[in-house]
Design a protein around this ligand. Structure first.
Ligand code: ZN
Ligand code: ZN
Length: 358
């Protein structure tokens, strides 16, 4: 977009953007307002979720992510303008953004699994190109999904904090039999959504684990049947619920992924159970499938490392939001307080999801 000045010539319009300006440096700057090219849409950003992955981007060594780059990959907004050749979208339409941009041609992309793209491992809006922490963002029209009357502040966290645990639950669904136990470790942005997805789409008994009592209260409100405070006695407490080995939890979803949570996860999972490592905490999961005492993993256990989700799954997550089955517990911040939101997230002081409202 260009704005005319009083003297007849044109100057480039600018907007506010919260950018990674150098490795580890996040700041609000004035950036050129982008324009929608062919096949693209300019979206007026209404809400952007703050994700732990953004902290990983901030902490990444030089060269892994481009600079300057606007952060923010959990986006909802309204269409401002559409580029050439875009059909099906008009100014004023409300939409959520599917953040992954795969190559579109590899074996995985062709099957609709862009989250498994074999050529662009972390290609995405706010990951490899400018994201949504700004007044406007340009996205390929193919990345937009309609949200109807769904609240835009609710829609934003559905695109990652909702989609990622939904995809994990989809992977584990054959094991989520009625009456079995599913342990969810870490009741933050993703975990509190995981609890709701399990409550709404399965008949499992949900055990929520977190260090914070406030997070456990949230889990109870979201449908957890048992809550366990993380700590030295957590494994014993969970075992008292799920029974002694080789029995245990059929499914464990670890939304944290540090050594302590991975130890809990592998110790309470049942023989033949499934471990889903959703959190990118950098912990180590030892695999020693021999007759050790105790074994590091029960026999027949499978370990999966889900990543985000597919466009089809996001459509289902949005439907759950529209049906009132999935509601993000949000704490909102104006754009200029985005750096503060990330500081609070880093310190574990955000309950549910922080959503930045430009
Ligand atoms: Zn994320
Ligand atoms: Zn691909």
């Amino acid at each position: 977009m260009r704005a005319a000045t009083g003297v007849g010539d044109e100057v480039e319009a600018t907007m506010r953007a919260v950018r990674l300006t150098a490795p580890g440096v996040l700041e609000q700057v004035a950036a050129p307002t982008p324009t929608a090219g062919p096949g693209q849409v300019l979206l007026a950003v209404a809400a952007v979720g703050a994700c732990h992955s953004d902290l990983h981007i901030l902490d990444a060594p030089p060269g892994l992510f481009p600079t300057p780059m606007t952060l923010g990959h959990e986006i909802a907004g309204t269409v401002e303008t559409v580029g050439a050749g875009v059909t099906g979208w008009s100014p004023g339409d409300r939409a959520a953004v599917y953040g992954i941009i795969g190559c579109g041609t590899c074996r995985a992309c062709l099957r609709g699994r862009e989250n498994q793209c074999r050529r662009v491992p972390v290609g995405g809006i706010g990951l490899s190109r400018d994201g949504g922490l700004a007044d406007y963002v340009v996205v390929p029209a193919s990345r937009l999904l309609p949200i109807g009357e769904l609240d835009l502040i609710q829609a934003a966290p559905l695109t990652d904090a909702g989609l990622t645990p939904y995809h994990a639950v989809e992977l584990a669904r054959p094991a989520l039999r009625p009456g079995t136990y599913c342990v969810v470790i870490g009741i933050g942005g993703l975990g509190h959504m995981a609890v709701q997805i399990l409550a709404a789409t399965t008949a499992v008994r949900i055990i929520a684990v977190d260090t914070s009592m406030a997070a456990l209260d949230l889990a109870t409100r979201m449908g957890a049947h048992h809550v366990v405070q993380a700590g030295p006695e957590a494994i014993e407490t969970i075992r008292a619920i799920v029974g002694p080995a080789p029995d245990g939890a059929d499914v464990v979803i670890d939304c944290v992924g540090v050594d302590a949570t991975l130890t809990t996860a592998r110790t309470v999972v049942s023989t033949g159970g499934r471990l889903l490592l959703v959190g990118l905490g950098g912990g180590t999961l030892p695999v020693r499938p021999v007759a050790d005492e105790p074994p590091t993993l029960p026999l027949e256990t499978s370990v999966e490392v889900p990543f985000w989700g597919t466009r089809a799954e996001l459509q289902e997550v949005i439907a759950m939001g529209q049906l009132g089955l999935l509601t993000a517990d949000v704490q909102t911040f104006p754009l200029e307080r985005a750096p503060e939101a990330y500081d609070l997230l880093r310190r574990g002081e955000i309950h549910g999801r922080a959503v930045i409202v430009p």
